[in-house]
Design a protein. Structure first.
Length: 296
């Protein structure tokens, strides 16, 4: 056990070193309204204030910056309709490498334009297929044909370690946390945060959260392996995947103390309350951690 902990710690520390000066060290803020409502201290980790407005930059940059120089110079590819694409694009710009982003044809132009803005001249965007799954297949085929490197959104240890630096910052700012509520999509954030907390704050209960319409990790835990869901509700787009990663599942099954499903309607209400009461603009996946608090 000691050897595993030492290796995992070293990998997180290396990720934090790579990300130093690249990502914002986002604040861990005590929220007065939520603390008063739930009669406890409720802190929000404000990754919505990150450079690309989500934690996804951490994993993308950590993986890309760890690639051998000659491999990186051949270019990188990703498939995403949202936050991963923007983190990937910004990483391409910072590293000065060519990147190709595959996005579904139905991707809102606002997201396409945001991705272009973060990547500038370093990226090319290809709109392919009607779903993420369609464009992911096209991206991997393009990647193989051109000898580039595919940067996955969650299922790689370097992605997980990058996302895990969120936990490093949380514990540095506030040791002794009783519960941490983590949104779960493909499992990269929950695997990284959960692993770090299990080493350095083992008494903290780690609760994974999914929207009711996309329970991919919950179903995987029931089955004992990742399963592909036939249909999912894509409203909570940052946490709506049909199948979690093999690697992220293997970690999450050991580090998550519980999984909870949150109704989409409750998520909508939470988004509105955060805006009206705290002037915080949050995407649906970011609202999961607050929407579930009534259950505790």
């Amino acid at each position: 056990m000691e050897k595993v902990a030492t290796n995992r710690t070293l990998q997180f520390a290396e990720a934090a070193e790579r990300l130093h000066g690249i990502v914002n060290r986002t604040p861990l803020q005590l929220n007065a309204n939520l603390s008063r409502k739930y009669q406890c201290n409720v802190y929000l980790k404000r990754e919505d204030l990150q450079i690309v407005r989500s934690y996804k930059l951490r994993g993308a940059y950590n993986m890309m910056s760890s690639l051998p120089k000659e491999q990186l110079q051949r270019g990188v590819v990703c498939a995403s309709a949202g936050n991963h694409a923007q983190g990937f694009a910004y990483s391409c710009k910072k590293l000065g490498v060519k990147g190709v982003v595959f996005m579904p044809i139905i991707t809102p132009m606002q997201k396409v334009n945001q991705t272009k803005m973060f990547g500038e001249d370093n990226i090319e965007i290809k709109l392919v297929g009607d779903t993420y799954d369609d464009c992911a297949v096209a991206a991997k085929h393009f990647n193989e044909e051109n000898g580039m490197t595919f940067i996955p959104p969650f299922d790689d240890h370097r992605i997980i370690e990058g996302q895990g630096t969120v936990a490093m910052e949380i514990l540095a700012d506030k040791p002794g946390i009783d519960y941490i509520f983590v949104p779960v999509g493909g499992g990269g954030l929950s695997a990284g945060v959960g692993s770090y907390f299990k080493i350095f704050s083992p008494k903290t209960k780690i609760i994974g959260l999914e929207p009711e319409g996309a329970p991919s990790m919950s179903e995987a835990l029931k089955a004992g392996r990742p399963v592909c869901l036939d249909n999912i509700d894509r409203f909570v787009d940052g946490a709506a995947v049909k199948k979690v990663g093999d690697l992220t599942f293997s970690i999450c099954k050991d580090v998550l103390d519980d999984m909870r499903l949150v109704p989409e309607g409750k998520i909508c209400t939470t988004i509105l309350k955060l805006y009206n009461e705290d002037a915080i603009v949050v995407e649906p996946a970011g609202a999961l951690s607050i929407a579930v608090l009534d259950d505790f």
